[in-house]
Ligand binder design. Structure first.
Ligand code: BEZ
Ligand code: FE
Length: 303
């Protein structure tokens, strides 16, 4: 018996190790003639890592079955509104790792975070100072800031998409009807400024009534996301930024289920008691509201 390099702590006889390595070699070779070099690289690396995983944990056939069954259930629950595979990627930190690899730090450019499954195309356009709620429930939140490049130059006409859950923790798409609420897009003014009314973000669980929820429960993990407001911001010759802002003091900042929190994205949402005059003179009656500032810096395209 010798200790396998692939299986720390699990003794595997040398001839068995050789048989296992031979399978990996043959599969790698099967992709050797792939004429697309990138596809070849990705597939061979995937095979190396998958085989190494199986050998490291000495995966049993029952566990392999359970894995296939899990993925099958993820497929069955997925449709145009529910994407269980993105959720799986999110809770495994795969989404955030891909974001990290593809959004290298550039000067003081605003950091990116996970996209999530709730963005939809064709959100309504609002004027500067408009309201994204469209009937969604929640405390009003005044959001304002600027969009600049990394040289500090304002970006006029930058397109800003914003979307968020309502106070019950649901996105419009989760209601199963055709409503569009708590989402919109707007454009910065000639000095790169923007402002709008959103909803004060509240924490919510990622959808956890499917296989990913069962995985979280089985491993003692919470499905909760820290309160946040999503942004996607783009401008000419600038890298499109997909990010959120988080609420300082939120109880889930350190345990966000999809690992999306970055310190630079945690902002002060200042609560304003009912009756406090609003920035645009809007009359909110006896409702309290909040306000936050988020200045966005975009990296150059191609960085
Ligand atoms: C979201 O923030 O909307 C989200 C992100 C990842 C998984 C589920 C939801
Ligand atoms: Fe979200």
């Amino acid at each position: 018996m010798t200790d396998s390099l692939d299986t720390p702590g699990v003794p595997v006889p040398a001839d068995q190790q050789e048989r296992e390595a031979e399978i990996t070699r043959r599969v790698l070779e099967s992709f050797g003639d792939c004429t697309d070099p990138r596809l070849r690289q990705v597939m061979q690396a995937l095979v190396r890592h998958l085989h190494s995983f199986v050998r490291e944990v000495r995966l049993t056939e029952q566990e392999w079955d359970a894995g296939i069954e899990f993925l099958t259930r993820a497929g069955h629950i997925t449709d145009e509104r529910r994407q269980e595979f993105i959720l799986l990627s999110d809770v495994l930190g795969l989404s955030m790792q891909t974001v990290a690899v593809n959004n290298e730090a550039y000067g003081d450019a605003t950091e990116a975070t996970v996209f999530g499954p709730f963005f939809v195309e064709n959100s309504p356009e609002i004027e500067l100072g408009g309201d994204i709620a469209f009937g969604a429930a929640g405390d009003p939140c005044w959001v304002e800031g600027t969009v600049t490049d990394t040289a500090g130059k304002p970006v006029p006409g930058a397109r800003i998409e914003v979307w968020e859950a309502d106070e019950d923790g649901f996105y419009d798409t989760q209601y199963g009807d055709d409503r569009m609420a708590a989402r919109a897009h707007l454009f910065t003014d000639s000095e790169g400024r923007y402002r709008f009314w959103g909803l004060t973000p509240t924490p919510y669980p990622i959808p956890h009534d499917g296989p990913v929820g069962q995985l979280l429960a089985a491993t003692g993990r919470s499905p909760m996301r820290a309160s946040h407001l999503h942004f996607m911001v783009g401008g000419p010759a600038l890298r499109t930024l997909v990010t959120h802002i988080f609420v300082r003091g939120d109880e889930f900042l350190d345990s966000d289920s999809v690992f999306g929190v970055k310190e630079s994205l945690v902002k002060d949402f200042r609560t304003q008691p009912a009756g406090t005059p609003t920035p645009d003179g809007r009359d909110l009656g006896d409702r309290s509201w909040s306000r936050v500032r988020f200045d966005i810096v975009l990296a150059p395209d191609g960085t």
